[in-house]
Design a protein around this ligand. Structure first.
Ligand SMILES: C[S@@+](CC[C@H](N)C(=O)[O-])C[C@H]1O[C@@H](n2cnc3c(N)ncnc32)[C@H](O)[C@@H]1O
Length: 276
């Protein structure tokens, strides 16, 4: 039996199974942070703090990447042509070997529109094998429309934000790995601007993407495997007005002081080296 497209709720279940039941070309934009396959059993006390209730985050890496490819391809099917999906992940190492998210993203149907650096500025760390890793990545994925791989331009107020997002991690929400509300607000507001649409998050967790969607006056659908987080996300959605101030602060950062053209006309810095 398929899940009909009843919106504005969180469906309890496995992301891939539920996605397979959704109709084609239904959503305008999505944002997610999947489980990272951290292998909670072999990594010591730090990872213990990021254990999800109701789901293991320890899979064979090949199986994990295959599943992520399948989920991303289902998302491609359910997003409308011209639509976008923001996929948050990070660089990991297993026994010294770099595991880069692009290695499986590049095997999906999506066109990668941009790789955004999320500079969290701080992250848990106890060992010095590498420089302190405070960055994560956000892949802006695009579903081409009528064979056009480039898509629409962003409005200037969004495009003038840089490709390095300095947003501190979330501290208020009682979930092991929530992203801050500013992150999905930035993603959704940038591509939708004043348009209304439907938002999806297949690993909804504490419901941050869904709260952002609701505050931006969008319809939404979340999927989450843990009944505890489904319950928490629903409660959070019911009182999301309490979070409107943070969403408005993020939206206020999307502004034009000078367009690229105006900078150039007024002799401002546009990034080119000039002879003085
Ligand atoms: C990184 S967290 C997402 C956090 C979310 N962005 C937030 O702000 O709260 C990943 C979530 O995926 C859920 N999860 C793990 N495996 C899943 C699966 N197969 N299907 C759906 N959800 C799953 C976990 O329970 C966890 O809440």
């Amino acid at each position: 039996m398929g899940v009909s497209l009843r919106l504005n709720r969180v469906v309890l279940g496995d992301a891939l199974e539920i996605l397979r039941t959704l109709p084609d070309d239904s959503f305008d934009v999505g944002v997610t942070s999947p489980p990272y396959n951290k292998g909670e059993r072999d990594k010591g006390w730090l990872v213990d703090k990021v254990v999800y209730r109701g789901a293991s985050d320890s899979k064979d890496e090949e199986e994990y990447q295959k599943e992520q490819i399948a989920v991303l391809n289902e998302l491609y099917r359910v997003i409308k042509p011209g639509g976008a999906f923001f996929y948050n992940h990070k660089l990991r190492w297993k026994r010294g070997v770099l595991l880069h998210p692009y290695s499986w993203i590049s095997k999906t149907l999506w066109t990668v529109r941009q790789e955004i650096i999320w500079n969290r500025k701080i992250a848990a760390n106890i060992r010095g094998w590498r420089f302190w890793q405070v960055d994560e990545r956000i892949y802006w994925l695009y579903k081409p429309k009528n064979g056009n791989l480039i898509g629409e331009e962003l409005a200037s107020r969004h495009a003038l934000l840089t490709s390095v997002w300095e947003i501190p991690p979330e501290r208020e929400v009682p979930h092991p790995a929530p992203f801050p509300l500013e992150l999905p607000v930035r993603c959704i507001f940038s591509v939708m601007d004043e348009h209304k649409g439907i938002v999806i998050d297949p690993y909804a967790g504490s419901g941050t993407t869904l709260v952002a969607a609701k505050l931006l006056d969008m319809d939404f659908l979340g999927i989450e495997i843990s009944p505890n987080y489904v319950h928490y996300a629903q409660e959070r959605l019911a009182k999301c007005e309490e979070e409107r101030g943070r969403a408005l602060e993020e939206m206020a950062r999307h502004r034009v002081e000078k367009t690229f053209k105006e900078r150039k006309e007024r002799g401002g810095w546009v990034g080119r080296h000039r002879k003085t």
